[in-house]
Write a protein that binds this ligand. Structure first.
Ligand SMILES: C[S@@+](CC[C@H](N)C(=O)[O-])C[C@H]1O[C@@H](n2cnc3c(N)ncnc32)[C@H](O)[C@@H]1O
Length: 354
């Protein structure tokens, strides 16, 4: 049997981190990389593919053809695309990936450029045929009602060159984490936190600190990546610490304490890794000692990190790096990400030795 074709969708800017995760986990070979999408071929299909943490979601490619163009004739071509789906193989592959039985079909369409049909027209053109092929009911999104339990979510993407029809493997998007029971303003999108944890690369026994941990997303993701790392989180807000405790749960071994990131209760040079999206004043205002002097954040990180220690930090723009460099934190890697309408950078810095 030929390899299954899968698509990992991700936050813009994280494509190469997703590639690294797929290859490291031995999930398949990369066949195509696009904006927010990494396509890979997998011979072995198992539920470990649903363990991808840096992707927002994973889909099985059901059919691909040329883009159907902008006229309403394209709707007929979309029906043809759905007819080309090997329904038995699709249902079988999805089951092997841990996706369960397909009780019904729902389709969500997106396309580039102007079309003489709307997204519901495209969804219905594909959905009705697809549901027939699979022998299950079709739920149109036209009415706005959510689909019944167990309906598989299909995506139709018309990108100007191709029409791609794909099936979500899991019952819900992978970026939704079971652990995230409590949230706070400015909380991090879990796949971004997972990517930051991967870029930090915690090793067994290393001390990983988030000086402004909020609901704990970064430390929880770092712990999933390296369960033998020691994880310590601080925050000024007791409500945020409560959220982090609820999310981490009692077994995670994350030490959480109330403290000001401008005066961390840590000795000099004892921390191996800092991960953080600090309160730069966007969604969350800096409090405590950071309110009057936000630059103190970098000074404290430089103080507590050991020489050659790493910091992976979300910054709103690259201007912040000038302050970091002044404190001996040298940026070695920078990537621009787009998440929730914002376009921050993930900076990976190393504490200068000596
Ligand atoms: C952007 S949020 C962090 C979100 C977190 N990464 C998450 O995923 O939930 C910034 C956090 O900084 C905290 N904060 C503000 N000023 C602080 C200070 N001086 N010291 C420590 N924490 C502070 C806020 O209470 C807030 O929880």
């Amino acid at each position: 049997m030929t390899a299954a074709r899968l698509v990992a969708r991700c936050v813009s800017g994280l494509e190469t981190v997703v590639i690294e995760e797929i290859l490291t986990a031995g999930l398949g070979t990369i066949t195509r990389v696009g904006h927010r999408s990494v396509e890979f071929a997998a011979d072995r299909l198992g539920p470990e593919i649903l363990g991808l943490r840096t992707a927002d979601d994973v889909f099985l490619v059901a059919a691909r053809g040329p883009d159907v163009g902008h006229t309403r004739d394209g709707l007929r071509a979309l029906g043809g695309l759905a007819r080309a789906v090997d329904a038995r193989r699709l249902a079988h592959d999805r089951r092997r990936l841990g996706g369960g039985e397909i009780a019904g079909v729902e389709v969500s369409a997106s396309f580039l450029g102007r079309r003489n049909f709307n997204r519901y027209d495209a969804e219905d053109a594909v959905g009705v045929v697809l549901a027939g092929r699979l022998g299950v009911p079709y739920h149109s999104r036209r009415g706005g009602a959510p689909p019944p339990e167990g309906y598989a979510g299909f995506r139709l993407v018309l990108d100007g060159a191709h029409a791609t029809l794909m099936a979500r493997v899991a019952a819900r998007p992978l970026h939704r984490r079971d652990y995230k029971r409590r949230t706070i303003p400015g909380t991090l999108h879990p796949p971004v936190a997972a990517a930051m944890a991967r870029l930090a690369g915690p090793r067994p026994g290393e001390l990983v600190v988030d000086p402004c941990c909020g609901a704990g997303t970064l430390l929880i993701e770092a712990g999933r990546l390296e369960p033998r790392a020691r994880l310590h989180g601080f925050d000024l807000d007791p409500g945020a610490l409560d959220a982090a405790r609820a999310n981490a749960g009692p077994g995670a071994g994350i030490v959480l304490r109330r403290a000001d990131a401008a005066r961390l209760p840590l000795p000099d040079g004892g921390v191996d890794v800092v991960v953080c999206n600090p309160p730069w004043g966007g969604q969350v205002a800096p409090g405590g000692g950071l309110a009057a002097a936000p630059g103190r954040w970098w000074a404290e990180v430089a103080r507590v990190l050991r020489p050659e220690g790493r910091a992976v930090v979300l910054i709103p723009d690259t201007a912040a790096l000038a302050v970091a460099i002044r404190y001996g934190l040298l940026p070695g890697h920078l990537r621009h990400v787009s998440v929730s309408g914002a376009h921050p950078h993930v900076a990976v810095l190393t504490r200068q030795a000596g």
